[in-house]
Design a protein around this ligand. Sequence first.
Ligand code: FAD
Ligand code: DLZ
Ligand code: SF4
Length: 509
Amino acid sequence: MSGGVLRVVLGDQCSRALSALRGLDPARDTVLMMEVMAECTYVPHHPQKIVLVLSAMRHFARALSARGVRVRYVALDDPENSGTFRGEVLRAAAALRPERIVCTHPGEWRVLADMEGWQEAARVPVEIREDDRFLCSLPRFRRWASGRRDYRMEFFYREMRRESGLLMDGDRPAGGAWNLDAENRKPLPRGLRPPAPPRFPPDAVTRAVMALVAERFGAHFGSLEGFAWPVTAREAEAALRAFLRDRLPLFGDYQDAMAEGEPTLFHSLLSTSLNVGLLLPRAACEAAEAEWRAGRAPLNAAEGFIRQILGWREYVRGIYWLKMPAYRELNALGAGRPLPAFYWGAPTSMACIAAAVRQTRDLAYAHHIQRLMVTGNFALLAGIAPEAINEWYMAVYADAFEWVELPNTHGMAVHADGGLMASKPYAASGAYIARMSDYCARCAHDVKDATGERACPFNFLYWDFIARHAERFARNPRMAMPLRTLARMDPARLSAMRARAKAFLDSLA
Ligand code: FAD
Ligand code: DLZ
Ligand code: SF4
């Protein structure tokens, strides 16, 4: 081809409605998709994440070709593969001599920085279009954020409800309340078994990718057997339907619960499909609202689910693009400890951590409360260096893309942004984990003990954390309660806990 448009589709852009594909002329244009080593290795991704992305890409390329679209697909094992996005764009531009290159805004800052240099390097005009699969455009978020000193998801979410019309009756929130968070906090009752989510057994395309990934990235943390993520839009729709039918009705009640042997509870497992583009967020929200309107799901379930997608998902993306690249470098609490080996599967006596890491290894998945209140909470209390914990979250979850991973880790979990995202650190002692899970019943530690031989590390680490940062937290009214308890605490008990914390942290490998 000479002339025509070169349309770039990245691994997390496998959507028919992608802005880069709009106006495509099958007679003149070419779609470029590239599997590149640099993207597979910039962190040691879980093998299931690499399979997810490459298999979704291969299926999407096939679907485009079946519709008569010309696709230049560069496979990872192509001997000519340069290994980087830039190298492949330059190679395609030299071979095809397009009149321009059209892309969709990528999901990661470092990819945008690279993309912004393609025009000069290739000497071809490059157009970067808005990623309008999201419900809130980046300029719209910037308008919302401008003039605010600190940002709160709740106010953003209300505006998004009004603007999207989701769960609205006229200009009022459906059911009368904007947020039913208080109805999302039940522990799982004994005897209630959540229905298993559907599995999508690998077809020939996925099996070929699995073989490639096993050969090239077999040493990365995480098991490949058992890969069962949706890799096509059709499978993602089936996953959504199964969630709406089997799990949405109790999703709200048990959103914050954790249970041994129940890695997925009533969660949707839709983040991988949403993040690679197999499912659009608006469609998922509309489907959940329809379940409530038809009387098949309660409002606390539909609202809870919609809040996660229309609220949190859009909010973290807005914060990411508003604050990057400086956001990554923030370290408000001055944390610097290396990541303990148990995050990578080394044995630990803490049952809650062991359960979260085990399922992360096996499934490339842990649900929100495990990520926030177990592995995230531990990292916060122990003062793990933000870059180390960020790299871990980026590497181990199949749904990890920096626009969503970084604000959740840096902002929500380890408070490295000093409260920009969330008004107080999500720090908790073992009592929270005991209330929301059954892990403590089987643990070598005693969750009621904070100083003794079997004391739960979350207890002494929690008070050591509060004492360590007491001066800073004194400025935050939302930290008044733990600071009051600290002030009333028997000094000998506090010193005993701090000594335990020091010995424990010093012993971490
Ligand atoms: P469900 O509980 O069924 O929720 C429905 C959907 O809501 C999810 O699929 C997801 O798209 C969205 N959602 C829920 N919570 C959030 C949130 N806090 N931010 C953005 N979207 C949300 N999510 C990712 O997609 N990728 C990540 O890399 C990621 N890293 C995280 C790191 C930490 C430390 C924490 C605390 C959270 C992280 N999350 C991340 C958010 C959340 O944990 C996952 O979206 C969720 O666990 C995915 O499982 P699910 O699809 O079963 O979610
Ligand atoms: C995560 C990932 C991986 C493992 N491999 C590829 C790839 O080979 N080609 C590709 O286009 N994208 C890949 N990705 C996703 C990117 O790292 C990155 O998240 C997106 O380009 C951001 O939009
Ligand atoms: Fe986790 Fe402490 Fe409970 Fe053990 S006792 S499971 S370490 S919270």
